[in-house]
Ligand binder design. Structure first.
Ligand SMILES: Nc1ncnc2c1ncn2[C@@H]1O[C@H](COP(=O)(O)OP(=O)(O)OP(=O)(O)O)[C@@H](O)[C@H]1O
Ligand SMILES: [Mg+2]
Length: 227
């Protein structure tokens, strides 16, 4: 059924990996199903090795399931053309990792603009710059916007990574332990910004976390270790 409120539907996802140096396979996800409504905020929890990052990679179309269906807005990702997949990865999905993965040779502002470089339309540059500046203000980064990642704190880097993930106005924000490398105060600040993005902008959030406290800030928790 194609429910207009369902942004993402995973049905009976199976994923296995070859164990390096052997001929055996490791079953990581076996029959995982998950329906995500537009505007939800979901924490993904589970023990180390249970397949949380694997799951985000599948949702982001960075990897393919061995079996099962992933539908985005009612369309099976397996049926996307390569141009549609590029567009999906670049525009529909925003990704934040445990370690920020900022480019060290670019300033904070330039890093936020990197995902817009795929758009060659010069007339949109002013629009993106304005949007980047809005995000920078919102993330509390205005004073440090021209600094390089090497001169920023961990919390500032992570907030920059969130702004970068939002620059193309994605439908889905996927975050893989975004607070894992932060102290408690910075972790809370980041999660508050993420929940604000969910509440104020209606963005759908899927956040992997090991912290029960951070998971509690999301609308619901899916523990893939017990599915
Ligand atoms: N490309 C790969 N090749 C082989 N095995 C892999 C590959 N990617 C992941 N795995 C294995 O799949 C399992 C799940 O990995 P994954 O990174 O999804 O776990 P995780 O739940 O994110 O763990 P953590 O909490 O430690 O980040 C692990 O046993 C891992 O070794
Ligand atoms: Mg992981």
């Amino acid at each position: 059924m194609n429910d207009i409120e369902t942004i993402l539907r995973l049905d009976a996802i199976r994923k296995e990996f070859g164990v390096p140096g052997t001929s055996s396979l490791r079953l990581v996800l076996s029959g995982l199903s998950l329906t995500v409504k537009r505007g939800e905020s979901i924490a993904i929890t589970g023990p180390s090795g249970s397949g949380k990052t694997t799951l985000l990679n599948l949702i982001a179309a960075l990897d393919k399931p061995d079996d099962g269906v992933i539908e985005f807005r009612g369309r099976n990702l397996a049926g996307f053309s390569s141009a549609e997949l590029d567009n999906y990865r670049n525009k529909s999905i925003g990704l934040v990792f445990q370690l920020h993965h900022l480019l060290p040779q670019c300033t904070l502002l330039e890093n936020i603009l990197v995902p817009t470089l795929a758009n060659n339309d010069k007339s949109k540059r002013a629009f993106y710059l304005q949007r980047a500046n809005e995000l920078i203000r919102r993330m509390g980064l205005w004073e440090v916007r021209n600094q390089y990642p090497g001169t920023l704190s961990g919390g500032e880097c992570q907030r920059t990574a969130v702004a970068r993930a939002l620059i193309n106005d994605p439908d889905l924000l996927l975050a893989d332990e975004p607070t894992g490398a932060l102290d408690q105060a910075n972790a809370l600040k980041l999660v508050e910004l993420i929940t604000e993005i969910n509440r104020a902008d209606g963005k759908t959030i899927i956040m992997v976390t090991h912290s029960a406290e951070m998971a509690g800030r999301m609308g619901r928790t899916v523990d893939i270790g017990t599915l």
